[in-house]
Design a protein around this ligand. Structure first.
Ligand code: NQM
Length: 356
């Protein structure tokens, strides 16, 4: 038997996630062939991913596919793929703002974008949603540097900052057309500021909202309830049947305990996030700013400024988030959103997939 061919791959931590980054030209163009190859590279569908790169958790079973952009105002196109853990699924139905943090550095490392002398800004088109982002990071002497003093909760140590800016959104923040909906008997606010997310007060599920994520995932009555709410939200949010989808996420809200704006526990959507996704946080932040939403009763919005501090199980995520009122009573729209992440190259080389 001939050994399977190796595939060029860079492993990066992007924010609080980790994934394999590939140039599109290094993968099959046909999605079914590409996905089959990625399952074998990541070690799925084995739940331990023992024979591949994946880390046996959705946050470490991620892939970024990057190519020069075919868009008019962007440098690179980024397709995010969530590789199933314990299942043979590869999904492009959601975006990932954490892996997004590694896309700019990867694009410079692979020669898709020329670095600036001190820092580089890369304009990224996110193919999953069509949304845009600009990532700015240090490139002293024209090389990507991962060393720096920025710290983000959920990652030990410090690294170079990657500042990510999302321009004002072009679609309304409330995909159901309502500030509040009742889903499976629960009052919720459904928001999409880059990640479809259902907001619900933890108290409505008889929780404090400060529970350990592992305890929440291990509660069968709660996970059944979250699933009911999610399945009801799917069609109402324009997502159709979400039985096997990774969206919408469900974020439980509670009053902040550490001086922030709100405390969160976020189901993504089966496992409970150990922190919170970037775009998940962007959707929570925008939802808190919408008058009449379920966050109104729990959040402590700052008197001034756009910066909100979203508390999560391993710390907090600061995010600048503005919401613009729709003209003439129409639905609110996202204003600018910005966040600081870090990223780090872990290895660059050739990965050998499990044989087909
Ligand atoms: O919301 C996890 C993560 C994410 C997604 C998830 C993300 C985002 O933390 O932008 O980054 O919600 O599946 O990587």
């Amino acid at each position: 038997m001939t050994a399977p061919a190796g595939v060029r791959c860079m492993l990066l931590r992007g924010g609080t996630s980790k994934g394999g980054y590939f140039l599109a030209e290094d993968l099959p163009a046909e999605p079914a062939l590409r996905d089959d190859l990625l399952l074998r590279i990541m070690g799925s569908p084995d739940a331990r991913q023992i024979d591949g790169l994946g880390g046996a958790h959705p946050l470490t079973s991620k892939v970024a596919v990057v190519r020069p952009s075919t868009g008019p105002d962007t440098d690179v196109d980024y397709l995010f793929l969530q590789v199933g853990v314990g299942t043979a699924d590869v999904s492009s139905r959601q975006n990932c703002g954490n892996l997004l943090a590694g896309v700019g550095p990867f694009a410079v490392e692979r020669g898709l974008v020329a670095p600036g002398r001190a820092e580089t800004s890369v304009r990224i088109r996110m193919l999953n949603t069509g949304d845009l982002a600009t990532a700015t990071f240090p490139t002293p002497e024209g090389r990507v540097s991962y060393e720096g003093a920025a710290e983000i909760s959920g990652v030990p140590g410090a690294a170079a900052p990657v500042v990510i800016d999302f321009p004002p959104g072009s679609s309304p923040l409330l995909p159901t057309g309502s500030v509040r909906d009742t889903l499976a008997g629960a009052s919720v606010t459904c928001v999409d500021n880059g990640m479809p997310t259902v907001l619900i007060a933890a108290s409505a599920l008889r929780l404090t909202g400060y529970e350990d994520p592992r305890a929440l995932e291990a509660d069968p009555a709660l996970t059944r309830r979250i699933r009911e709410i999610r399945l009801a939200a799917g069609p109402l949010m324009g997502l159709g049947d979400v039985t096997n989808a990774t969206v919408p996420k469900v974020s439980l809200l509670a009053p902040p305990r550490h001086g922030g704006t709100v405390s969160t526990r976020t189901f993504i959507p089966v496992r409970c996030h150990t922190s919170i996704g970037v775009l998940g946080a962007a959707s929570v932040a925008a939802g808190l700013r919408i008058a009449g939403g379920v966050g109104e009763d729990v959040a402590r919005l700052p008197a001034n400024g756009d910066r909100l501090r979203i508390e999560h199980p391993t710390g907090f995520l600061d995010i600048e988030s503005a919401v613009e009122r729709g003209a003439g009573g129409s639905l609110p729209m996202a204003g600018r959103t910005a966040v600081v992440r870090t990223a780090r190259k872990i290895f660059d080389g050739t990965v050998f997939p499990r044989p087909a």
